[in-house]
Design a binder for this molecule. Sequence first.
Ligand SMILES: Nc1nc2c(c(=O)[nH]1)N[C@H]1C(S)=C(S)[C@@H](COP(=O)(O)O)O[C@H]1N2
Ligand SMILES: [Mo]
Length: 314
Amino acid sequence: MWIRRPDDLKSSEITDEKLYIDRRRFLLTAGIIGASGAGLLACDNEAQANGSADAAGGSAQDPQDKINTYEQITSYNNFYEFGTDKEDPKQNSAGFHPQPWTVRVEGLCRKPGDYHFEDLIKPHKVVDRTYRLRCVEAWSMVIPWQGISLAEMIKRFDPQPSAKFVAFTTVMRPDEMPGQRRPVLRWPYIEGLRMDEATNDLTLMATGLYGKPLPNQDGAPIRLIVPWKYGFKGIKSIVKIAFVDRQPETTWNIAAPDEYGFYANVNPEVDHPRWSQGSERRIGEFRRRRTLMFNGYADKVASMYAGMDLRKNY
Ligand SMILES: Nc1nc2c(c(=O)[nH]1)N[C@H]1C(S)=C(S)[C@@H](COP(=O)(O)O)O[C@H]1N2
Ligand SMILES: [Mo]
């Protein structure tokens, strides 16, 4: 008799992960990718998740990080367009069509326009980035993304000096997204970053995970990843990128301004009004972990906030 593993992994998903890890190992031994660059062995992903243990010689702050399973990453989601329960996005997104896809680029830049997904991606190098994701609800995961550096993408749109922020919008498709038929949030979901945050080395436009295109529930076909901020900044299924001169509105700030600020930097010292942000539970574990300042990426991002009161600018 075949006995299920406790975390209920399906054998097909185990195969997916094994293939992913084997592929990386092959590319590495074949010399196609470098050990310290975009490509990393599964074991090196621990260091990468710490965001600091690279050539810069930073310290790995939590050596116990392990990549979450494909099953965990794709069945425990926040994507309110498909429902508010963690299982809803997987269950309710099968009828969503991430192809064909067009992203409108507008505002203060010299190369605005409607970019087909393929043309948007084509000129850029797809990189592997394994990052911790810390949800504001005090759970976290470690996810092996593939995607494009947002800094690179932005360069191509040639923003004007007056562009101080970047605003993002999720697709509006109530026919395919049952959550959008109810006023749970103000739709469409919107987010924003300051220009220096958007062009930080860590910021990623993710197009895949575990070496496969993004599943619908994780934000297909393209979503934002800002690993030092709470997960809600990582807006999914993006259809618009706008260069603007003022701080844009954001969905969660509109919904509850006292609870969710524009910056949303992970900060264990600033509690949510209704719960502590000092610790978190890694999906797949029972014990609580200490939450790290800037989610452990302080050495790469803290300087952007020098002189800012991080209690006020939460
Ligand atoms: N459009 C949209 N983007 C979204 C959300 C959402 O509800 N709608 N949820 C956010 C929240 S709260 C989190 S924690 C992350 C979760 O990403 P994941 O499901 O891929 O782990 O997506 C973010 N992006
Ligand atoms: Mo979240």
